[in-house]
Unconditional design. Structure first.
Length: 472
C-alpha cells in the first residue's frame, strides 16, 4: 500500500476537521504533483509528468486493447443488438466516446492517481447531465446516468468529463482555442465548486441542488434561452405524452404497446408471466410510501426497449401501468452489469452491495441531489436490474448545437454539479485541499484530455475499420 493511501486512512480514522483534511490534501502534492495528471500513460501520447510522480502501473502499463474490451462487452449483450450498438457508436467520434467507458476505465487505471476514492459516477460525460423532475415537481439539473457508478479515484470522473468536453466541442466544429477554453472551464468549475462545497457544512452540502428556477436569473440572456428551451421540452416529456406515441387501446380499452422493431418489441410469454412476481420483488426495495402507491396500479403491458449507445444490447424493459383513474405510469427495468470501473479499471466491489442493481440505486441516491422516488432493484434469471420511472419530465441540453460561449456555460455547470456529487464523499475535503486555489491541476487535466481525445479518435477509426472488415 502506498504511503499517501496509508496517511489518508489514518486521517480518516482520526476524523479530521475540514481544515485538517484539506491540509492533508495539500501534503499529497509532494507525492503526486498536480502536474502529474498531464501524464497520458496508455493513451499513446508522450508523458510530460515528473519522473518521480506516483502512478498506478506507470512503467508497466499493458498494451492497450480497446477493440478487445468492446468485444468482451459485446459478448455479454444480446447478440442480435450488437450490430445496432456498433452502428450507433460509429455515428460520430462523440457517439463512440459515449460507448467507451470500459476502454477509458482501463486507461485511467494506468494513469496518475492520488489514491483518494469517492463515490464516482463512472460515466460523467457531458451528455449524462440533464433535467428531471424532483418529487416536489420542480426541475433540477444533475447527473442522470449511474450504470457504472462505484467507489473509484476522484480523478477518473473529472477526466471522463473534461475529455468529453474536448471531443464534444471538436465534434461541434469549435476551434482548438475554443475547445481548450471550454475544457479549462469545466475543470476549473469542478475545482472551485468542490472548494466552495467545503465552505458549507455536510448538511448544507447534502441539501444543495441546482434548481432551474433558481439557476435562470444567474445566466445571461443567451444561456437563459437555452435553458428555457430545455425546460419546455422536459415538461412535455411525460408518461402521457410517451404513451400517445407507442400505445394503442385494445377492444377492452386496455393500453398495449405497439411494436417498433428493433427498438421496441414485446417480450416472450415466459418472461411476461414472471412479471407480476418480479414486480412484487421490486416493490420490496422501495420506500413504504412508494410501495403503497404502486399497489394502486395495474400492469397492462411489457416490452423490451433499446436505449442509449453504450447500453445497447443490455436487457431493458418498459412496464406500462395504469392507476384507478386511468392515470399512466411507465417504469423502466434496466439490466445492471458490473461497473466498468470494477471490470476494466480494477475498482473494488463494495461489500454492502448485494447486487449490481442495488449498487446503481444506492450510488444514484448518493450522487444526485434529489432522486426518482421509484428507484428500486431486483434479480431475475441470474441477472441484476434496477427500476426507475421511464419519463418524468426528463430533458437534456444538446451541447452539439450550442455556440462556444453557451457551450462553456453548459460544461461549467456540469463541472459544478460533479463537484457537488463528489462533495458527499468522506474524503472530498482532501481532494479540495489537493486541488488548491491555482489552476495547475486544471491545465494538466486539459492537456491530458486533449491527448486522450486524439487517442479516442484513433480508436474510433480502428473500430470503423474493424467493422468494415467484419472483424467485430
Amino acid at each position: 500500500m502506498s504511503t499517501h493511501v496509508s496517511r489518508l486512512q489514518s486521517a480518516r480514522a482520526r476524523h479530521l476537521t475540514i481544515t485538517e483534511a484539506m491540509a492533508a490534501g495539500r501534503a499529497l502534492r509532494a507525492e503526486v504533483p498536480r502536474s502529474a495528471h498531464r501524464d497520458a500513460t496508455r493513451s499513446g501520447a508522450a508523458s510530460t509528468a515528473p519522473a518521480d510522480a506516483t502512478t498506478s502501473a506507470r512503467a508497466e502499463a499493458p498494451t492497450r486493447d480497446p477493440l478487445g474490451i468492446l468485444a468482451a462487452q459485446n459478448a455479454t449483450r444480446l447478440a442480435h443488438l450488437v450490430p445496432l450498438r456498433l452502428e450507433r457508436m460509429l455515428t460520430s467520434p462523440f457517439a463512440f466516446y459515449r460507448g467507451t467507458a470500459g476502454i477509458m476505465a482501463a486507461d485511467l487505471a494506468a494513469g496518475a492517481s492520488t489514491g483518494i476514492d469517492v463515490v464516482s459516477c463512472g460515466d460523467a460525460h457531458i451528455s449524462n447531465f440533464g433535467l428531471f423532475a424532483s418529487p416536489q415537481r420542480t426541475l433540477v439539473f444533475d447527473l442522470n446516468d449511474f450504470d457504472e457508478a462505484a467507489s473509484a479515484p476522484w480523478e477518473w470522473d473529472v477526466k471522463r468529463l473534461v475529455a468529453s468536453v474536448v471531443i464534444g466541442a471538436r465534434d461541434a466544429g469549435h476551434s482548438e482555442k475554443q475547445v481548450r477554453r471550454a475544457a479549462l472551464a469545466s475543470a476549473s468549475a469542478y475545482r472551485t465548486g468542490l472548494r466552495d462545497m467545503m465552505k458549507i457544512d455536510a448538511l448544507e452540502r447534502y441539501y444543495t441542488r441546482v434548481d432551474t428556477d433558481e439557476l435562470h436569473p444567474e445566466l445571461d440572456s443567451a444561456a437563459q434561452k437555452v435553458l428555457d428551451k430545455a425546460t419546455r421540452q422536459a415538461r412535455r416529456r411525460t408518461n402521457a405524452a410517451y404513451l400517445e406515441k407507442v400505445t394503442a387501446r385494445d377492444d377492452d380499452g386496455t393500453l398495449l404497446i405497439v411494436e417498433d422493431p428493433p427498438v421496441l418489441t414485446h417480450v416472450a410469454e415466459a418472461v411476461e408471466s414472471d412479471v407480476e412476481a418480479l414486480f412484487e420483488r421490486y416493490r420490496s426495495t422501495v420506500p413504504a410510501d412508494i410501495a403503497l402507491l404502486l399497489s394502486h396500479f395495474t400492469l397492462n403491458d411489457v416490452a423490451m426497449r433499446v436505449v442509449g449507445v453504450g447500453s445497447v444490447g443490455t436487457r431493458c424493459y418498459i412496464l406500462i401501468l395504469s392507476g384507478p383513474a386511468g392515470e399512466p405510469l411507465i417504469l423502466q427495468v434496466k439490466e445492471a452489469q458490473q461497473s466498468v470501473l470494477q471490470t476494466f479499471g480494477g475498482a473494488a466491489v463494495h461489500v454492502d452491495h448485494a447486487s449490481d442493481g442495488q449498487r446503481v440505486v444506492d450510488n444514484q441516491r448518493i450522487l444526485q441531489a434529489v432522486s426518482d422516488s421509484f428507484l428500486g432493484y431486483l434479480r431475475f434469471g441470474g441477472r441484476d436490474f434496477y427500476v426507475r420511472q421511464f419519463r418524468d419530465m426528463k430533458g437534456s441540453i444538446d451541447a452539439s448545437t450550442l455556440p462556444p460561449k453557451e457551450f462553456r456555460t453548459y460544461v461549467s455547470g456540469c463541472g459544478t454539479v460533479l463537484a457537488r456529487a463528489h462533495a458527499q464523499s468522506l474524503d472530498a475535503p482532501v481532494v479540495a485541499g489537493y486541488l488548491g486555489g491555482s489552476d495547475e491541476f486544471d491545465q494538466a487535466v486539459v492537456d491530458w484530455s486533449l491527448a486522450y481525445a486524439d487517442q479516442s479518435s484513433a480508436d474510433f477509426e480502428a473500430l470503423r475499420d474493424a467493422v468494415s472488415r467484419g472483424a467485430l
